[in-house]
Write a protein that binds this ligand. Structure first.
Ligand SMILES: [Zn+2]
Length: 313
């Protein structure tokens, strides 16, 4: 079946079919006594995820955990639907974001403002999850998958204040959500993901430094797949973020208007997407998930707060 890709160490990539496109958001299924899915994508495309989980042999009672790196809808929007289809599963989320999955009204309202018309065509409503099926976790907590396998959960803010990563020490696999950036098919380099309202430069770089210290054998991005070699990718992510930020900061110092910062980023980084006529979806994927304007909005918000002395330098 399409959208199912076996990876080493009993990990399977389950393409979430976000926006009806291949290779936008990856889910990662770990085959262990307590089977665990990392990321599920938005509610509107969740039927594909459930179909693919069933195709790899997951019965309704099988899934034990759904780990979401953060509560942006392209990662966690379908969590309620997954839990409805797999009644034994618990969702694992940062303790900072947990209450928004129990009562998603505010999350849905703010997402609708951010995504505009895409809210109804790509994302859809997050449905509420019973509190006893939501496990909010802090930095350093362990998730026992059974059979000696475990995930070490890390609190990794920067992209969002409710962001966690999961490290599988047996496989050396580090699942980083959006905290390293975005590199989908057709892209030359890792693009930073700096959206509003939480992006923070200092926290992002600190998170990347923590990942480097782990010396992972493989780094799995949510958008999309493994980046190789992993340590080079982490250094590239730090360098790209520094460059991206410096470019935005210089534009902001000239005029802090959104259009100006957006245009400056677009001009400076336009060659990141390989202009491959054989892959017309590359630019669409990037515009959907990490467009210049939403990144510029997050950077401007951060620079405003920094000017006001409200974030750490
Ligand atoms: Zn995100």
């Amino acid at each position: 079946m399409d959208g199912i890709e076996p990876l080493p160490d009993r990990i399977t990539a389950i393409d979430t079919h976000t926006a009806g496109m291949a290779k936008v958001t990856a889910g990662y299924l770990i085959d262990a006594p307590r089977p665990t899915l990392i990321e599920c994508g938005p509610a509107l495309s969740i039927a594909a995820v459930i179909r693919r989980l069933k195709a790899v042999g997951m019965d309704p009672g099988d899934l034990a955990f759904l780990v979401v790196s953060h509560i942006h809808l392209d990662h966690a929007g379908g969590a309620g639907n997954v839990l409805a289809a797999f009644p034994s599963a618990t969702v694992v989320v940062s303790e900072v974001g947990a209450r928004h999955l129990v009562d998603p009204e505010r999350l849905n309202a703010s997402s609708r403002r951010v995504y505009g018309e895409l809210y109804d065509t790509v994302y859809g409503d997050c449905t509420p999850i019973r509190a006893d099926r939501v496990r909010g976790v802090a930095d350093g907590e362990l998730l026992d998958l059974g059979g000696g396998r475990r995930l070490e959960l890390m609190y990794t803010p920067g992209h969002a204040k409710h962001h966690i990563a999961a490290f599988d020490p047996d496989a050396g696999a580090l699942f980083v959500g959006d905290s390293v950036g975005v590199k989908m098919p057709g892209m030359r380099i890792i693009r930073p993901a700096t959206p509003p309202p939480d992006f923070d430069l200092v926290l992002s770089q600190r998170t990347l430094d923590r990942y480097k210290a782990l010396e992972p054998a493989v780094v799995y991005l949510a958008h999309y797949g493994a980046v190789d070699p992993p340590m080079d990718a982490l250094h590239e992510a730090s360098d790209q973020l520094a460059d991206w930020f410096t470019t935005a900061e210089a534009a902001y110092a000239q005029h802090s208007e959104l259009d100006h910062v957006t245009e400056t980023l677009a001009q400076r980084f336009a060659d990141e997407v390989v202009d491959d006529p054989g892959d017309p979806e590359a630019a669409r994927r990037l515009a959907l998930l990490s467009g210049y304007e939403s990144n510029a909005l997050g950077l401007i918000r951060y620079l405003d707060l920094r000017d006001e002395g409200r974030v750490a330098r």
